[in-house]
Design a protein around this ligand. Structure first.
Ligand code: SF4
Ligand code: SF4
Length: 381
């Protein structure tokens, strides 16, 4: 298929955080130094070339931005200061924004003031709703007096979960269509690719290869692979525990030893450690320093950190069976922030949880594709 050229792609990508990649003269240093560049390939330089010629459709369909873990090795050796690592990060934001069916994802990443106002407005609306809508009390044992009815949180939470599901289904349909995954499934070893993906998600081996090349040893608490692993699996465990809580609490009642609660507690602790490590790294590591952190990325870390801390606060309050106005407000903040995170999931960095595994699977299938078919993919001049 012929490449369609769109002239404003590089300018647009700058708004997503890319540096001046027009300065790149394709010396290949970044490819040579990238620990994840495969078989003498052109990663990440191929993506830069596609951006320079304005191949928007190819950029949006490519799995390559998701193969990069942002170690920054390439940026250290670029003679043109084109910041290839930042460019790859901007492509991930670009793809997420273009998969968001609401269209707000583009503004979310490009205009920090918009992201801040949307986030605060949503928090205000959700918080006011939770504080003012009262249902009949199905849980008289609930400890938070009359400030917030648990039934309200439960009902609103179910609606928010339904909205997330609808949005994600829309995003996924677009992703499957644009990525060209379906033709790749024909005649390939899907089970083998899924097994490889499972191993990769559990071990994050590729991420480890990325870090292994770093000349400066990183302490474990700030090690990106450990941090990434903890945030991802902590978040998934917490998400599963919350969903089980919402779906089954009417049948199970409230008990701290219910498996979903245990899963939530462990997941919350793992995520809190991971997010704290990520924040610490951004504040102290010059390669991943605060200068490069965009508002949309900081927002995710801030939300996850506050959610984990307030979640443990509520866990302790419930276990000790204490009550008070402060706890009521912690509950309102926790519930409103959790619902906002769920509503905005598909347009924020949180979407990594879905899109990276999907694109890794696509890449694995591409690697195992018959030669006749790989030769048909668009070539870069
Ligand atoms: S090292 Fe810099 S100039 Fe060389 S190919 Fe990579 S991005 Fe371009
Ligand atoms: S940031 Fe690291 S993984 Fe990504 S392209 Fe550069 S060297 Fe490769």
């Amino acid at each position: 298929m012929a490449i369609q050229i769109e002239p404003n792609v590089l300018k647009d990508l700058k708004a997503y955080g890319a540096g001046d990649v027009s300065a790149c003269f394709h010396c290949g240093n970044c490819t040579a130094v990238c620990p994840l560049s495969e078989n003498g390939g052109s990663f990440p330089r191929r993506m830069i070339r596609l951006g320079q010629i304005g191949a928007k459709r190819e950029l949006l369909a490519s799995a390559e931005p998701w193969l990069c873990y942002g170690c920054g090795e390439c940026a250290q050796t670029c003679p043109r200061e084109a910041e290839p690592a930042e460019y790859m990060a901007s492509l991930r934001r670009y793809q997420i924004a273009h998969l968001d069916p609401t269209g707000l994802g583009r503004l979310w990443f490009k205009v920090p003031a918009f992201a801040l106002i949307l986030s605060l407005a949503l928090l205000g609306v959700l918080g006011a709703f939770l504080l003012t809508v009262k249902g009949s009390r199905l849980f008289p044992q609930w400890l938070f007096g009359n400030t917030v009815a648990y039934e309200t949180i439960h009902t609103v939470g179910m609606v928010v979960g339904g909205v997330l599901l609808a949005l994600l289904l829309g995003s996924f349909a677009t992703l499957v269509r644009k990525s060209g995954l379906v033709p790749l499934l024909k005649g390939r070893n899907l089970l083998g690719a899924l097994a490889w993906l499972g191993g990769e998600l559990v071990t994050m081996k590729r991420h480890g290869e990325c870090e292994a090349q770093s000349a400066i040893p990183v302490p474990r608490r700030k090690n990106p692979r450990v941090v990434h692993w903890a945030i991802m699996w902590g978040f998934i465990a917490l998400g599963v525990a919350t969903a089980l809580d919402f779906l089954f609490i009417y049948f199970m009642g409230w008990t701290i030893v219910w498996p979903a609660r245990v899963l939530g507690t462990v997941g919350g602790l793992v995520m809190l450690l991971g997010v704290s490590g990520a924040i610490l790294r951004r504040l102290t590591d010059p390669k991943a320093g605060t200068r490069r952190t965009r508002f949309a990325d900081a927002w995710v870390l801030f939300f996850l950190w506050v959610l984990a801390v307030t979640g443990f606060w509520l866990e302790i309050v419930v276990t000790l069976r204490t009550s008070g106005l402060v706890h009521d407000w912690v509950l309102v903040i926790h519930a409103a922030m959790a619902m906002e995170l769920v509503l905005l999931f598909g347009m924020t960095k949180m979407a990594h949880v879905l899109y990276r595994p999907f694109m890794l699977l696509k890449h694995r299938l591409e690697q195992t594709a018959p030669m006749a078919e790989t030769a048909a993919s668009p070539s870069v001049p």
